[in-house]
Write a protein that binds this ligand. Structure first.
Ligand code: JB8
Length: 260
């Protein structure tokens, strides 16, 4: 996968040299380049911002450097080839999710545009959308100074889904957010630490009981922390023991009679 990131703070992306993302890059699985937006400015001050039309606080990123950056990184696509997908972090975007991470991991070429100040002149995105798919994306309901940290988060979520990045640990399909429930807690040695014991069932060797315990813990945790995820469960994904576990967690399932 090819990735281009455009920012006025290219140094923000130093962590992408490290750990498993760094390894994916070194191993040729991820071809990632960070670009300084000021490459595409020509005035002596290398200006990227200007005052907002209509008034209001702060400054807006001017369109010309962004237009040239996107011309350079996404030249007209020869006939049948897929254009890159442009991602723009903004608090007004669609929510990022594991599902969107899977979509992005299947793209051949991503371009990230990192805004600062009050954001990027909307015409940059409207014009880009005539040439390539554009997704304005938000990590959640809070506000950052700019898009850089959001891009780090998205790239971490996407890179671990690229074929060949994770070893054969098989750790992909059991993760929280892959199955609609939070994962159960995890433990390692020693069996007692500072007076806290590892649950006996996990040391029992009884794989049936362990699976059921983990399922109960997942349901309990999800009910306590993410009632929105319980509400989104399909009732036919719940068996009678699931319904009982949710009831004990103070989360009566409306269609409990229908449980298998
Ligand atoms: C200016 O919260 B955010 C975010 C905030 C921003 C810009 C981009 C993203 C640009 N403020 O994800």
């Amino acid at each position: 996968m090819r990735v281009d990131i455009v920012s006025i703070f290219p140094e923000y992306f130093a962590p992408l040299d490290l750990s498993l993302i760094g390894k994916a890059r070194a191993g040729g699985l991820l071809n990632l380049t960070v670009h300084d937006l000021r490459t595409w400015t020509y005035d002596v001050h290398r200006t990227v911002d200007d005052t907002p039309y209509g008034g209001g606080p702060g400054m807006v990123m001017r369109p010309e450097p962004w237009g040239e950056a996107l011309d350079a990184l996404a030249p007209p696509t020869p006939g049948d080839r897929r254009p890159p997908r442009l991602l723009v972090p903004t608090p007004t975007g669609v929510r990022f999710s594991q599902a969107l991470a899977h979509e992005l991991a299947a793209e051949p070429h991503l371009i990230f545009a990192c805004g600062r100040y009050e954001g990027i002149d909307q015409r940059v995105l409207d014009h880009a959308a005539t040439r390539m798919p554009v997704t304005e994306v938000s990590l959640g309901d809070y506000v950052l100074f700019g898009g850089e940290v959001a891009v780090l988060v998205i790239m971490e979520a996407v890179t671990r889904l690229l074929p060949g990045v994770l070893g054969n640990a098989g750790s992909l399909d059991e993760e929280s957010h892959a199955h609609g429930l939070l994962e159960a807690p995890v433990y390692t040695k020693p069996p007692v630490w500072r007076g806290h014991e590892v649950p006996a069932v996990l040391r029992s060797g009884d794989h049936g009981r362990i699976a059921r315990w983990r399922r109960d813990e997942s349901l309990r945790r999800t009910a306590a922390r993410r009632p929105d995820m319980i509400a989104a469960l399909s009732p036919d994904s719940l068996d009678k023991r699931d319904v009982a576990a949710l009831g004990e967690a103070g989360f009566p399932v409306p269609s409990a009679d229908m449980a298998k």
